[in-house]
Ligand binder design. Structure first.
Ligand code: AMP
Length: 214
């Protein structure tokens, strides 16, 4: 099974992808995570991507498509893929078709998380994560049970993304509307698009996605 999770920044793609990994043994392919790892490692890709990401703009189609291709090459053909944050442009959507065909895979579902942009800004600007295990938290919606201690691993270190400030978030949403939303009609004509209310509680969103995948 190969699925795309689509939706503006903060729609919950990463959270839902992690749950699909747990429920279905699939693999999450997040170009955002791959790029952040490259920035941290100061690799050539990271050095190119860093400033672009901090401005909330898109890294080149070639770079992200190569990252995805490399990940699929490293994965066994039996493991399902969840594309999280990719494709984000028409050129990437075309590249993905070509990459999947080369790997003998086909796209089963495109799941769009529908959300309210203003509520998303509040959601994104408050989010942070454990620096050690990556567990997600939020200033208003999900504080650790013991202040300053990660519920999952006990670490006391937390991190925030440098692009999670209001100005950059608004820009990332405009980029989503201009560059990413236009790829949906192409998938609709193939009859593989499903819509889920991304503003519903996390568990509800997960159940709805699970129901689509059976
Ligand atoms: P995300 O974690 O998916 O919100 O991605 C964070 C940032 O990484 C984006 O704002 C872009 O700068 C970059 N990025 C992630 N995925 C892509 C992609 N598929 N195409 C271009 N840039 C991307």
């Amino acid at each position: 099974m190969n699925i795309i999770l689509l939706g503006p920044p903060g729609a919950g793609k990463g959270t839902q992808a992690q749950r699909l990994v747990e429920h279905h043994g699939m693999r999450q392919l997040s170009t955002g995570d791959m790029l952040r790892a490259a920035v941290k490692a100061q690799s050539p890709v990271g050095l190119k991507a860093r400033a672009v990401m901090e401005r909330g703009e898109l890294v080149s189609d070639e770079i992200v498509s190569e990252l995805i291709d490399a990940e699929l090459t490293a994965m066994g053909p039996e493991t399902g893929a969840i594309f999280d944050g990719y494709p984000r442009t028409s050129a990437q959507a075309l590249a993905l078709d070509e990459i999947l065909a080369r790997h003998g895979r086909q796209l089963d579902h495109v799941i769009e998380l529908e959300v309210d942009e203003d509520a998303l800004v509040a959601r994104i600007t408050g989010r942070y994560a454990c620096a050690s295990c990556g567990e997600g938290y939020h200033d208003r919606f999900k504080q650790p049970e013991r202040e300053g201690t990660c519920d999952r691993c006990g670490s006391h270190e937390f991190k925030r993304r440098p692009d999670d400030n209001e100005q950059t978030v608004r820009h990332r949403m405009a980029v989503y509307r201009a560059e990413t939303a236009p790829i949906l009609p192409g998938y609709e004509t193939r009859g593989i698009v499903s819509r889920v209310d991304g503003m519903a509680p996390i568990e509800t969103v997960t159940s709805e996605i699970d129901a689509l995948l059976v």
